[in-house]
Design a protein around this ligand. Sequence first.
Ligand code: CTP
Length: 494
Amino acid sequence: MNYHDTLSYLMDAFGGADSLQKLLGVGPSALSNYRRREHLPLNQARKLSNIAPKFGFNLDPYTLKISVIDDDRKPEILLIITGGIAAYKALELIRRLRDFEFSVTAVMTASAQQFITPLSVSALTGNKVYSELFDLTDEQEMGHIQLARKADLVLIAPATANFIGKMAHGLADDLASTLCLVTEAPIFVAPSMNPHMWTNTATQDNCAKLKRRNISFIGPDNGDTACGETGSGRFAETGFIISQIQQKLLQKHSSADIFPSEKQTKPLDGIKILITAGPTLEPIDPVRFIGNRSSGKQGYAIAYACAEQGADVCLISGPVSLEAPLNVRLIKVETAQQMKQACADELDVECVICAAAVADWQVKQTANAKLKKSNNKPPEIVLTETPDILSWIGHHPSRPKLVIGFAAETDSLKKNADDKRARKNADWILANSVLQSGESVFNSDINEVLFLSKTGAEYWDTDSKQAIARKLVHRISDYFSDVHVSGVQKKENI
Ligand code: CTP
């Protein structure tokens, strides 16, 4: 191939003349000069060589020869397991990472080995587990530098307060902490600890330091922790950890950061959305509960669709058998009280969507021991109302801008749903007749919706729950684009 052809070939490979000019930072005349002189300066060739993998190939800057990247290479995760009670969750995390076609090499701290064995970790990763800094055999086979260098991403999960402290202070007294200093790969930290340890100023200062060094945090979540206390400190959900890693690795290989000034924007970028989904289960005794048939499918579909459009989504879900959607922070709860508390902790958002089928009643006095049949007559169970979360948010002094609820009705759909919207001070209600077409909407994959706002109603044809979710997200995007344009909440003309 002559030089003229090579430049044309490069133009095609890098997305055309315009794209090549932008990558090189030159105008059209410079490109014609390179062509005329049959010479691409080495500094320019190097620029292209650096960016070539993002276009899916390698480029030799000296010969300008293109070679194919080995697409079968699985992204390499270096997983550092530190010694917290959530260490056992690393096993499930490894299993899921392998399901997602990541190659995992694990490093365990000495205290992690008090919780889980290197043997079980190695069985799941399919690789040797490393732990000792001064293991001479390994130093010959694979030095710690190489171990850090071959990683596409370093994930510390679970990360204890102690390990975070060591990282913040640049300590390197074991293999795990040394690797954190050596690596050039992005580092993700998934903390897990007692809520008091997490909120302690020392820990928070350490985390702030690490964030300033571009180290990313996944979690922790709010909720019950293994040490029996409730608060922030729970190890993040496995699905959420994986979605964050995938997003980072995709970003690394996508064209979005090739032209940083042309980052694609999405309609809900920067909008924080809180969603409730699924049923709540109200305990009667340690083994029995009051529940309902909600599958969570509609709420999860909405969470997925919001995140897809760039929103920062927190999904508070009752017990369902669904995976956390990609890029959604999932908080699992059981009871209405826990769901309300989780909403209270996460209420600093622009939009709330209450899609949960919250139980209407809870047992006034939950039995501590299993109720026995022996007394010859069934026990009397006294019920009280659960907190109405939608209504509480709708009337909250820090009410988010846009509050959306659902209404499940068996009769007088429009009237009942309209009354519900006004009573709970919601902006919009998606009403559905629970017995549409003679079958329950709860477990179904389809839905039929009457969309109500303060000023009107609109019937949405029967469609999949995903399609209904996308339609709603469209509305929400319109709403926020109007709010941003006018600076006031005005979108009401449906
Ligand atoms: N909701 C809530 N908290 C409750 C009950 C309901 O947040 N304790 C929310 C639901 O998530 C939904 C809306 O309120 O967005 C309407 O729920 P629905 O079950 O239709 O109505 P209820 O308030 O339970 O009233 P009723 O059962 O009398 O129809």
